[in-house]
Design a protein around this ligand. Structure first.
Ligand SMILES: Cc1cc2nc3c(=O)[nH]c(=O)nc-3n(C[C@H](O)[C@H](O)[C@H](O)COP(=O)(O)O)c2cc1C
Length: 259
């Protein structure tokens, strides 16, 4: 595969969960957020909240960004122009999530190029109430994902990925044979086992009470972990819907306030 500084930064990136205390300069932060702003957008519906409260930040990271879907700002622009929203919230959210996510990932790559590390934290939608209060958010802003950032104080290895033909489908999608699934799973699992990932983290998702554990750190790996995540967890859908509502979104309505 081709190598250049941008590709190398992407290929060598890994999530960083331990940080030095040193605060990145204002110039570094501004550069990272400007690079985020410059991501492709549908309607510029991404916003970034920042906390430099190292003691309170996840992983004691010097920077904690919370990336939000921001429909409020778009609607203020429309309001000033005398427009009311007709679009449904499922529509605005689907586009807003993309705007916010592409912005976040541009920030990750920009940070990487400046020798900062980062790690996404997916819990933001479950923490909407706290985040709304902390940042005094108006309605129509949904906290999507948090992003810890700072200068790394750990050097984890680059984590494995599926083989490319498990991700790329030209012309038509592949309906995977059992062998193909096993091969791809083996690539992920052997990679994580070689890196001692779960042993070092000392963590296996516990099975439900009464189910006998048959795995140990010699064979518990990524596919078992992710299967347990989706098979046992997944969050309360009613809580997520309540949080959407709390943030001023109503995905069950087919059209906007005038609809
Ligand atoms: C939406 C999203 C949510 C994530 N949430 C967490 C999290 O809560 N805690 C964590 O330690 N890592 C989290 N991660 C980081 C992933 O675990 C990590 O990207 C993945 O294991 C691949 O490792 P790599 O980034 O080092 O390549 C999240 C990543 C994404 C994209």
């Amino acid at each position: 595969m081709i190598s250049n500084p941008v590709i190398d930064a992407m290929m060598n990136r890994r999530s960083i969960r331990k940080y030095r205390e040193e605060q990145p300069s204002d110039e570094v932060i501004e550069t990272i957020v400007r690079a985020g702003q410059q991501a492709p957008f549908a309607m510029q519906m991404g916003s970034v909240l920042l906390s430099r409260e190292i003691e309170q930040n996840v992983f004691r990271a010097p920077l904690l960004f919370t990336i939000c879907v921001d429909v409020y700002r778009m609607e203020r622009v429309m309001e000033m122009r005398g427009w009311k929203r007709k679009a449904s919230d499922i529509f605005t959210l689907l586009f807003g999530i993309q705007d916010a996510a592409y912005m976040a990932e541009n920030m990750v790559i920009a940070a990487e190029s400046l020798e900062l590390g980062s790690c996404y934290i997916g819990a933001a939608p479950f923490m909407s109430k706290k985040i709304r209060e902390l940042y005094e958010l108006p309605d129509r802003i949904l906290p999507l994902v948090m992003l810890t950032m700072g200068y790394p104080s750990e050097e984890p290895p680059v984590r494995p990925r599926y083989p490319i033909d498990f991700h790329l489908f030209e012309g038509k999608y592949t309906h995977f044979s059992d062998d193909a699934v096993s091969e791809a799973a083996e690539e992920m699992d052997s990679g994580y086992l070689r890196q001692n990932y779960y042993r070092e983290a000392n963590f296996m998702i516990p099975l439900t009470e009464g189910t006998e554990e048959t795995f140990d750190f010699d064979n518990y790996s990524w596919t078992e972990h992710i299967s347990r995540k989706l098979g046992l967890w997944g969050g309360d859908p009613d809580e997520l819907l309540r949080n959407l509502e709390l943030c001023g979104f109503d995905i069950e309505r087919t059209a906007g306030s005038e609809g």
